[in-house]
Design a protein around this ligand. Structure first.
Ligand code: PLP
Length: 495
């Protein structure tokens, strides 16, 4: 049965996958959600014989119903090619009692590459299918990793331009350097005087502005989004959870039908939602462990049923998770609110009004599979050191949040099922935090000295993505006030 897409906020006519990818966000401000979650057509045993590409096809064809087999296969081949430094695409590494699913082998060494390598191909295919003649303008707010991954994916893609907004003082030096050195005439990188939520809200406001949409239209442009709210981001993320289970089965680390747990370091709730969808497709996953840093809105939500963004925003060593409004949670809320867009819209209205909403006991009971946990800055740093000292494996700060929360989960529940931890970034992306966690003495070293030292003590080669930015010139130096984001768009597009 073909999957079509509804909005989480009102009863729209259902639309095709390709239209949902092009539009990004529904006009009513809601997110697009599949009308049902399709079941996998092959058994996990059969899937365990397949490559990453083949599994990607098996999963994505079910959600992207209006893409032809040839279209989808072409997108997959173009996305997961030698941009990745390993043919496995997503290796699974056993360390310290868990399986680390390394999602950072793509061109920007963070897990966003898993989806953003394919999104431009899905989007240009979708544009062709729907006879779109306007130039597509990708507008993205980033807490660090999305920005570079989207820039790398969309740079020099014909018929597309990309504008990335990031919090000027809220990303790591390496993350910033990666973005401001981005090549491609169709790219525009802007620092915002504000935090990630300001950048994200600004983007949402521009998207929702009907008058500005007319200006864009007259200029021959149309917006789309590469943020994790785009269904074209979410669907490719389901793939690696299916892949990781298949891999464990193939290597006989688990038996057929044996349940596993999954731990995801969470910010915008996209990655863990993909795991939840993988479970609904039939992957034997038991608990979904949602790991937060000190911005623990989600931990509080899972423990109390109250989502409350009214709190201090903390800048942590895991900046890609420094988020107080987890946009993708809306899709889960819709699901547990009987898929009733009116109920979901009411809660989201409360969120944008008072910054807070509460779900009912009945809704809470439906998300019992989630376990919310958080790790403090100290616990995160300690975990990096602990894992390194135990086995020489170096994890990044985001993955360390997940790993620390997993330790708490085991203590709290006694649950020792085989567990996959989503390893979302290379330690080379957060070198200073990672190295000073191992030993404070490293703080006196320069950024690239630290890179070389990490390579030495961790016995891993410096990734190409880091080598490239050592000497690359800065080509973007724009900084705007958080209230002037629309002006930034006008300036770049000359509107
Ligand atoms: C984006 C990001 C996250 C958070 O993922 P969400 O899908 O937003 O929950 C975690 N770790 C890293 C390294 C990231 O880049």
């Amino acid at each position: 049965m073909a999957v079509r897409y509804f909005s989480t906020r009102s009863n729209i006519e259902p639309i095709s996958a390709s239209m949902a990818i092009l539009q990004g966000l529904s006009k009513d401000g809601g997110l697009f959600v599949p009308d049902h979650i399709p079941a996998l057509e092959k058994s996990m045993k059969d899937l365990s014989e397949l490559s990453y590409h083949e599994i990607a096809f098996e999963v994505m064809k079910l959600f992207l119903s209006d893409f032809t087999e040839a279209e989808l296969k072409t997108c997959i081949e173009r996305a997961y090619d030698d941009k990745f430094d390993t043919e496995e695409i997503a290796p699974l590494v056993e360390a310290e009692g868990a399986y680390y699913l390394e999602l950072f082998h793509g061109s920007t060494i963070a897990f966003k590459d898993m989806a953003l390598s394919i999104l431009p191909h899905l989007m240009t295919t979708a544009a062709k299918k729907n006879n779109v003649e306007k130039e597509i303008v990708i507008l993205t707010a980033t807490s660090g990793d999305t920005g570079k991954a989207a820039l790398a994916g969309f740079a020099n893609v014909k018929g597309c331009r990309i504008i990335v907004f990031y919090p000027k003082n809220g990303v790591s030096p390496i993350q910033e350097k990666q973005m401001v050195t981005q090549k491609g005439d169709n790219t525009f990188v802007v620092g915002i005087r504000g935090n990630f939520d300001d950048a994200q809200n600004g983007v949402k406001k521009i998207f929702g502005d009907q008058d500005f949409a007319k200006v864009m239209d007259q200029g021959g442009f149309q917006f789309s989004s590469a943020n994790s709210i785009n269904i074209g981001r979410l669907v490719p993320q389901i793939v690696y959870y299916v892949f990781s289970y298949a891999k464990l089965l193939k290597e006989e680390r688990i038996k057929e039908n044996e349940k596993i747990n999954v731990v995801v370091p969470t910010g915008n709730f996209g990655n863990i939602l993909a795991a939840h969808y993988a479970k609904q497709m039939g992957v034997p996953i038991d608990r979904l462990i949602c790991a937060s840093n000190e911005n623990k809105v989600l931990f509080d939500f899972f423990s109390t049923g109250v989502y409350d963004r009214n709190r201090e925003f903390v800048l942590t060593s895991s900046p890609s998770m420094d988020i107080l409004i987890s946009s993708n949670l809306e899709r889960l809320i819709y699901e547990i609110a009987d898929r009733d867009p009116a109920k979901c819209a009411e809660l989201m209205k409360a969120l944008s009004g008072t910054g807070r909403y509460e779900i009912t006991e009945e809704m809470k009971a439906r998300i019992a599979e989630f376990f919310g946990g958080y790790a403090t800055e100290k616990e995160t740093a300690d975990r990096i050191k602990e894992v390194y000292e135990a086995c020489g494996y170096i994890i990044d700060t985001h993955t360390a949040v997940a790993s620390a929360v997993y330790e708490k989960f085991k203590k709290a529940t006694g649950d020792d099922k085989p567990t996959v931890i989503a390893s979302t970034a290379s330690p080379f992306k957060f070198t200073r935090s990672v190295m000073t966690s191992i030993d404070a003495k490293y703080d006196s070293m320069g950024d690239f000295e630290l890179v070389d030292e990490l390579s030495k003590i961790g016995n891993v080669a410096v990734p190409k993505a880091i080598e490239e930015i050592r000497s690359a010139p800065v080509v973007h130096d724009h900084v705007y006030d958080k209230d002037a984001m629309e002006q930034a768009v006008r300036d770049f597009l000359k509107l």
